[in-house]
Design a protein around this ligand. Structure first.
Ligand code: GLN
Length: 605
C-alpha cells in the first residue's frame, strides 16, 4: 500500500467528495442502473509504476467509452493515419456522445471518441476472422492494464440487447461506406470492448502507459508504438469529453476520456495516469464526482497541460575552461605551461535534465557564449535524462556549424543504451563527431589536439634511464650503480604493472608508452596517466606499505623497476642518493598536488 503525502491527499479528497450529490446512474443500459451510486474510487499511477489509490479502488466496473482511445490507438498503429482518416476524422462535434450525425463533407464519422466514430474504429480492428479481432482487442487491453481483462457478460448482453441507437448508427455508416465489415460483427466488438472489466487502479495504469509514451511502467512492455501516443492524447484532449470537451480543457486541461459507467481517465503526459470512478453521471454522460476530483487534482498538483512546461533554464549545470580543468594525464612541464596559456581553447559544458526544443535551443545559445572561440567544446551528458528528436536535430546542426568553422563538438558520457541511444548513434555515425566514455578522456583528447596544433606531439622515443627526471642531480657513478639494480621490462597494453593491495617493494621509471593509475573496482576511475620519463609507485620509497591503486599499461610500455631494498643497499655506499631521490620525488608530487588543487577548486565552483 502506497503511503506518504500523495496517499494522504487522496484520502482527504475522497472524504471530501464521497458525499457530493448530483448526477444519475446511466439507465439506458439496464445493467448499469444496478451500480452503487455511493461508490467512489480515485487512483493515480506514475510513469514509473507507482500506484496510489483510495476508496472502491478494487471494485470492477465496465470500462465503457474509456475503451475508445485504446481501440483508436490500435487502429492508428495497424492501419496508419491515412486509412483511419478515411473512416473517422478528428473534429470535435459539440454534440452528445450518442449523436446520430456524420461528417457528410468527408463522408466519415466526426471523431473516434463519440459512439459513431468509435464504432467506425472498431470496424478497423486487425484480424481476418472475428475470433482474431477479439483476440487482438484482448491482447491490446492486456498490454495496457498489465493483465488480461475479464468480460462483464451481463453488461455485454444488456448492451447488445438494447443498443438500438448504436445499431442504427452502424447501419447508417454501412450505407455511407464508412463501415466496410458486417455491422453486427463490428457492434459485437464495440459492445465487447465497452464491457471489459477494470478497476480504478487498472485504468490509472492504462493512463500511465499513455503518459509513459506507450510503455507499461509495471511490465516494461510496449503497449503502443510511441509515434501514435501523441495522436491519441491529442484527440482525447479535443474530443474525449464530448460536448463538455471545451469546458473540461479550460478547467482541467488534461487529455481525458469519460464513460457512462462513471469513470474518467485523465493523462498528465510524462507524469501520470489519473482514474476516478463514481457511477452517477451528469447530462453529458460524465461522472459528477469524477469531474470534481479531476478538477482538484489538476489544480492542486499543477497538471494543466498548457500551464506546466518543463523548464529549459537549468540545462547547463556547470561550465569549465580548459585553463582550469585538466585531464588526468600527467604532462611534462613544457606541455603544462602551454595548456596554462592556451587552455581557453577547450571548453567543458556539463548538461543536465531532459533535452527538448526549449532546452536544446538554450544549450546551443549559452554554449556558444560560454565557450567563446574555443576550438574544442566538450558536452558532458552524464546528467542528461533524455533527448527528443528535436534536440537531436538541433545538436546535430550545431555540430555541423562548428565543424565549418574548424571547431569540434565532443560528446562525453553518452550511453549507447537507454533513452540517449539515438543521440549517441548520431555522434558515432556523423563524420567528424567525437565521442568519449568519460569527460576525462574527452579532455585528454582535446588537450592532445591543442598541443598538436601548437606543434607539440607526444614523444615516442624511449627515455634512457640516465635521463629520468627523478635521477636528476645524482653523480654519474651513482646513476651507474642504479642502472645495475634496474630491471628493464616490457608490458603489453592492458597489463597490470602494479596492483592495489600488493606490498610496495619497488618503484618504477617509465621509459616509453603510457600507463594509467586507476582506483576502484567494477567501474574504475582513472586518477592519472603518466608518460615517458615519469616515475610511479614511488610512494614505496616513502612508506613502503600496500599499494592503493592499480597501474595499467595503456599501450606497449617499457619500464625500469627499482627494488627498494637494493636502493637502500646502494644508499649505504652513496649517502647522498636517498636525499636527492626523495627531493626529486617530492618535487614531482607537489607539482601533481598543485594540479589536483586546481581541479578541486574548479569543480567546487
Ligand atoms: N457502451 C456505451 C454506449 O455505446 C458507451 C457510451 C459511453 O460510455 N459514453 O452507449
Amino acid at each position: 500500500m502506497a503511503a506518504g503525502p500523495i496517499q494522504d491527499y487522496l484520502r482527504d479528497l475522497h472524504a471530501r467528495l464521497r458525499g457530493l450529490g448530483g448526477g444519475k446512474l446511466a439507465a439506458y443500459i439496464p445493467e448499469l442502473a444496478k451500480a452503487d451510486p455511493n461508490a467512489l474510487a480515485i487512483a493515480i499511477a506514475t510513469v514509473d509504476g507507482e500506484i496510489y489509490s483510495i476508496g472502491d479502488d478494487r471494485t470492477p466496473f465496465s470500462i465503457q467509452s474509456v475503451s475508445k482511445p485504446f481501440v483508436y490507438a490500435h487502429a492508428l498503429e495497424v492501419r496508419g493515419t491515412e486509412e483511419v482518416f478515411r473512416h473517422v476524422g478528428v473534429e470535435p462535434t459539440g454534440e452528445a456522445f450518442n449523436a446520430i450525425e456524420l461528417d457528410d463533407v468527408h463522408r466519415r464519422a466526426f471523431n473516434p471518441m463519440i459512439n459513431s466514430g468509435a464504432i467506425a474504429t472498431s470496424g478497423l480492428v486487425e484480424g481476418e476472422t472475428q475470433a482474431e479481432r477479439i483476440a487482438a482487442l484482448d491482447a491490446l487491453f492486456a498490454r495496457f492494464a498489465g493483465r488480461p481483462l475479464a468480460l462483464d457478460k451481463a453488461v455485454f448482453h444488456s448492451e447488445s440487447a438494447t443498443g438500438h441507437r448504436n445499431r442504427a448508427m452502424a447501419w447508417l455508416m454501412l450505407n455511407a461506406g464508412i463501415l466496410t465489415r458486417e455491422p453486427e460483427q463490428v457492434l459485437e466488438l464495440y459492445f465487447r470492448q465497452c464491457s471489459l472489466l477494470v478497476d480504478a487502479r487498472d485504468l490509472a495504469l492504462m493512463g500511465a502507459t499513455l503518459a509513459n509514451n506507450g510503455v507499461n511502467p509495471r511490465t516494461g512492455e510496449r503497449a503502443l508504438a510511441a509515434a501514435v501516443v501523441g495522436d491519441v492524447l491529442t484527440v482525447m484532449n479535443s474530443c474525449g469529453m464530448y460536448n463538455y470537451a471545451g469546458q473540461w480543457a479550460f478547467e482541467i486541461g488534461l487529455p481525458a476520456k469519460s464513460g457512462v459507467s462513471g469513470s474518467i481517465l485523465a493523462v498528465a503526459p510524462g507524469q501520470a495516469g489519473i482514474a476516478i470512478w463514481s457511477p452517477p453521471i451528469d447530462a453529458n454522460g460524465t461522472s459528477v464526482r469524477g469531474v470534481a476530483a479531476a478538477r482538484a487534482i489538476a489544480e492542486d498538483f499543477g497538471l494543466r497541460t498548457f500551464t506546466t512546461h518543463p523548464s529549459p533554464s537549468s540545462v547547463i549545470r556547470r561550465s569549465f575552461s580548459g585553463l582550469r580543468l585538466r585531464s588526468k594525464r600527467v604532462r611534462p612541464p613544457s606541455e603544462r605551461s602551454l595548456l596554462d596559456r592556451a587552455g581557453a581553447a577547450i571548453a567543458v559544458i556539463e548538461l543536465q535534465g531532459p533535452l527538448f526544443f526549449g532546452a536544446a535551443e538554450r544549450l546551443i545559445r549559452l554554449t556558444s557564449r560560454l565557450a567563446g572561440g574555443a576550438g574544442w567544446i566538450i558536452l558532458d551528458f552524464r546528467h542528461v535524462l533524455s533527448a527528443d528528436d528535436a534536440a537531436r536535430r538541433l545538436i546535430g546542426d550545431f555540430r555541423a556549424a562548428l565543424a565549418q568553422q574548424g571547431r569540434r563538438l565532443i560528446a562525453a558520457n553518452l550511453p549507447s543504451e537507454g533513452p540517449l541511444a539515438p543521440l549517441c548513434e548520431d555522434f558515432t555515425r556523423q563524420a567528424g563527431a567525437l565521442l568519449f566514455g568519460s569527460r576525462d578522456r574527452a579532455l585528454e583528447h582535446a588537450e592532445d589536439a591543442l598541443l598538436a596544433r601548437q606543434g607539440i606531439v607526444a614523444q615516442h622515443s624511449e627515455v634512457a634511464l640516465d635521463d629520468m627526471a627523478v635521477l636528476e642531480g645524482l653523480a654519474p657513478e651513482v646513476r651507474a650503480a642504479i642502472a645495475g639494480i634496474a630491471d628493464r621490462r616490457t608490458f603489453q597494453a592492458g597489463a597490470i604493472i602494479a596492483e592495489a593491495g600488493e606490498h610496495a617493494d619497488r618503484m618504477f621509471l617509465l621509459a616509453s608508452g603510457r600507463v594509467s593509475v586507476v582506483v576502484g573496482e567494477g567501474d574504475p576511475v582513472r586518477v592519472g596517466t603518466l608518460g615517458p620519463g615519469m616515475a610511479f609507485g614511488e610512494l614505496a620509497l616513502i612508506d613502503g606499505g600496500a599499494r592503493v591503486a592499480d597501474v595499467v599499461a595503456e599501450e606497449e610500455v617499457v619500464v625500469y623497476a627499482l627494488p627498494i631494498t637494493a636502493l637502500r643497499g646502494l644508499a649505504a655506499q652513496h649517502p647522498e642518493l636517498m636525499a636527492t631521490l626523495l627531493a626529486n620525488v617530492v618535487r614531482d608530487l607537489s607539482d601533481r598536488l598543485r594540479l589536483a588543487n586546481g581541479e578541486i577548486s574548479a569543480l567546487e565552483r
